[in-house]
Design a binder for this molecule. Structure first.
Ligand code: AVJ
Ligand code: FE
Length: 377
């Protein structure tokens, strides 16, 4: 659905050195499905020999992916449908009650769905750069959600807090094992930081504006994405800021970013069914929307709208074990990546949960990341 409006030229075009051409994402999605749901679990041979080398995300940095002999046009489409056919054939033979942790409760199927859906979001990052992109379908309801008033910040009790995903059911390896941490009580913003607040910070400090903001006269801003210039609604969450910028805003506001553990404690009880997710809004809901789906602590929009930068480095929880492969989480652990939480309007609904951990380099702004600040009590 996302790529339907695009020409083959647009699918093959390099829009940014930090993003793959969409044709690479499409082939990679199918190749990853073939690797796990066909080759690994049924022992069948790959459809196209060595093709997998070119779709290995670790071997091939994004900047060079267009130079690879990847599939394009009709060949790409027929590979994608060929893989799906074989996946369904294998599914008929598989025992999901097996003792194999890969198959038990359909783990590897959830993994491949999550992977495809996460790449939808990567593709949406690139679609922001496509001139006059017109989606097949839009959903206007998130932008029209009513906004509830409330305090600027809400209190989170802290104490002994359970962090991470319980055993059983699908979660990524980096969400496990579930463990208890001790948190001091703290306050967290009830809503994400808005465009209006961020504009004030930019005016007062001379900080760089977020990605896709452009000046419109002396003191107004517009947003330019998908080749269109649109009014920037001051009541909506700010999006496309880096970690450095988010932390800079928080310091200016006399606050700080939450740690990822604080964020998870503040998000307990948030409902992903009532959140701006699944990308069809093609933008945010106003800050303060979805008041009925607040977390137990009273914070709204913890899930959906914008990813929220945390001050935490991406590391393994105590007792972490890579599963089912090192290259999802483990090779990214370390101080160079910061954790983001909560998902954005562009995140598929089934991908997100309060324990889900995203990460990126602190300078990145093409992701749908915003800010929510915290403060010691
Ligand atoms: C979790 C978004 C950082 O895009 O690098 C996709 C997701 N991993 N294919 C990424 C992912 C493998 C990952 N992030
Ligand atoms: Fe991938």
């Amino acid at each position: 659905m996302l790529v339907e409006p695009l020409s083959d030229d647009q699918l093959n075009k390099v829009y940014s050195p930090i993003l793959s051409p969409l044709a690479w994402d499409l082939g990679h999605i199918a190749n990853f499905e073939e690797l796990w749901l066909v080759q690994t679990i049924s022992g069948r041979e790959p459809m196209r020999g060595e093709l997998g080398r070119f779709y290995d995300a670790i071997e091939n940095p994004r900047a060079t992916r267009n130079e690879l002999p990847i599939l394009r046009g009709e060949e790409l489409r027929s590979y994608m449908s060929g893989v799906r056919e074989r996946t369904l054939d294998v599914l008929d033979e598989i025992d999901l009650d097996s003792d194999d942790p890969l198959l038990r409760d359909g783990f590897v199927y959830d993994l491949i769905l999550a992977h495809e859906h996460q790449h939808n979001e990567t593709m949406l990052q690139l679609l922001q750069m496509v001139d006059r992109y017109e989606p097949l379908e839009r959903d206007g309801t998130p932008a029209a959600e009513p906004v509830a008033a409330g305090p600027e910040m809400v209190r989170v009790e802290g104490g002994q807090v359970e962090i991470g995903a319980p055993p059983g059911g699908f979660a990524y390896d980096n969400e496990r094992p579930r463990h208890t941490v001790e948190l001091e009580p703290f306050e967290i913003d009830r809503t994400p930081v808005t465009n209006g607040e961020y504009a004030r910070y930019v005016e007062e400090t001379g900080a760089a504006p977020p990605l896709y903001w452009e000046r419109d006269g002396a003191d107004a801003w517009v947003r330019t994405a998908m080749g269109e210039t649109r009014e920037l609604d001051p009541r909506h969450p700010v999006v496309h800021v880096s970690y450095e910028e988010a932390a800079g805003f928080a310091a200016w506001a006399g606050k700080r970013l939450p740690t990822e553990l604080e964020w998870e404690a503040a998000a307990a009880g948030a409902d992903r069914e009532r959140a701006n997710l699944d990308h069809l809004a093609f933008g945010t809901a106003p800050a303060g929307a979805y008041g009925g789906a607040a977390s137990e602590a009273g914070a709204v929009q913890m899930l959906g709208d914008v990813w929220e930068w945390t001050s935490s480095d991406f590391t393994g929880y105590p007792g972490f074990e890579a599963f089912p492969y090192d290259e999802y989480s483990k090779v990214f652990f370390g101080p160079e990546h910061k954790v983001l939480r909560g998902g954005a309007w562009a995140t598929r609904r089934d991908v997100i949960r309060p324990t889900f951990r995203n990460w990126d380099l602190p300078i990145r702004r093409q992701i749908f990341a915003g800010v929510r600040c915290a403060r010691d009590l």
